[in-house]
Ligand binder design. Structure first.
Ligand SMILES: [Zn+2]
Length: 413
């Protein structure tokens, strides 16, 4: 019986992993560009700048610049609907360490990089660090935690806005925003540089979070950070497509699972496909490098005039200027409407502030016999009901929305 149970558990969790696609960024950007001519224009300018900087005229400047380690300030926005989703800081730090491990090429599995690719494997010389000050100058640990009534999210950016029960981006000219939420169908997605500031950042599913304390190696974030730094998929998102990096071999398509040995496509005749590159879809345990070409492409963003140059002047690492008023965490009263005063004499208030979706729904007041005595449309998340005309006795309040029912009892004196 136990064996059967374990077997089912393994099968079910395998199904769950398969149900989430590795990365949605390419489809996301294609969709965004199709509906926005100015975005297309901005992406082309960034591309032209990348080509210009890698041209011979500015080689000296580049050589000087690439000797520095770039520090990238990070803010995580944790959007949780259940207490479990309010993940512990250790888990987030473990993920952040994994990101830095791979970006500095300190991962133990660099030994798995094929010999033919070892000379072009790169330490990206970039480090990601939690912000110390928020955009207003308040002290922060770089992690915003926010309760949301939303149970799962799609790839439509709603997690990036307060108005849709997500959390607004911090100024993306100064911070890398990473939203961790219950993303459905995908492990993650990122914008490419050039997207609107309010949506600039990376979205990760809870299931993608990993590191040394996890069964996955946290490389969804490594991959998505690559996109945030203007890196494209290694196969160029089309058959033998172009990723605009010179030292990555052309490759027919994406890789699944964990292949071994040399695999050739698109006439790439030196060492075959570079399926162990972080910008492929290979399993976490089987990818292990960025290349020097990818490093150069990513770092041109930080040159003077580059799209992410403003990150170098971030105020995120400055000592906070406001200590007195840390941002409050948005702790919910767990799916719990509260009513007061109880017993009530002339009025009763219902507090529904934890979920604005109550507005527009109906509240009913029943007596002990089940007769409806009052009916009211919810116009505000703190609703006041006049109970003057109710006779003394016990009453029940009922209300219902998509995912929740309220049953409460109160006494009228
Ligand atoms: Zn991707």
């Amino acid at each position: 019986m136990m064996k059967l149970f374990l077997f089912l558990l393994v099968v079910l969790s395998a199904v769950q992993v398969q149900a989430q696609n590795k990365c949605y960024s390419a489809e996301y950007m294609a969709r965004a560009v199709a509906g926005d001519a100015s975005l297309k224009n901005r992406l082309e300018k960034i591309e032209a700048f990348a080509k210009h900087v890698s041209g011979s005229s500015s080689v000296n400047q580049r050589t000087q610049f690439t000797s520095q380690v770039i520090k990238i300030p990070v803010v995580f926005h944790v959007l949780y609907n259940t207490p479990d989703e309010n993940i512990k800081p250790e888990k987030i730090l473990d993920q952040l360490n994994a990101l830095n491990r791979d970006f500095r090429r300190k991962n133990a599995d660099t030994v798995n990089t094929p010999l033919a690719f070892a000379p072009i494997a790169a330490d990206m010389e970039m480090e990601f660090q939690l912000a110390k000050s928020d955009p207003a100058g308040r002290s922060t640990d770089g992690i915003v935690r926010k309760y949301t009534p939303v149970k799962y999210w799609m790839t439509d950016d709603k997690m990036k806005f307060n108005s849709t029960y997500g959390d607004n981006a911090w100024d993306s000219r100064s911070y890398l925003n990473i939203w961790i939420c219950n993303l459905k169908d995908e492990l993650g997605y990122s914008v490419l540089p050039g997207s609107d500031l309010s949506i600039d950042g990376i979205v990760l599913a809870f299931s993608a979070i990993g590191g040394s304390g996890s069964s996955n190696k946290g490389r969804t974030l490594v991959h998505e950070a690559g996109h945030w730094l203007n890196l494209k998929h290694i196969w160029g998102d089309s058959y033998c497509g172009e990723d605009d990096v010179n030292d990555t071999p052309k490759q027919s398509t994406y890789t699944e699972g964990c292949p071994t040995g040399e695999r050739r496509s698109c006439g790439n005749n030196q060492a075959g496909d570079m399926y162990m590159n972080y910008m492929d879809f290979t399993n976490d345990g089987c990818m292990n490098l960025f290349t020097k070409g990818q490093k150069q492409r990513a770092r041109t963003l930080f040159e003077a005039g580059g799209y992410r140059n403003s990150i170098l002047n971030t105020t995120a690492f400055n000592p906070p200027t406001i200590y007195a008023a840390p941002l409050p965490d948005f702790y919910p009263q767990w799916m719990e409407a509260t009513i007061y005063p109880n017993p009530a004499t002339s009025y009763l208030k219902i507090n529904l502030e934890y979920d604005e979706r109550w507005v527009g729904k109906e509240v009913l007041v029943f007596d002990m016999t089940g007769k409806i005595k009052l009916k009211k449309i919810i116009t505000s998340t703190i609703l006041q009901i006049d109970v003057n005309r109710l006779a003394r006795g016990v009453y029940f309040i009922r209300a219902e929305k998509e995912d929740e029912k309220i049953h409460k009892k109160f006494i009228k004196l």
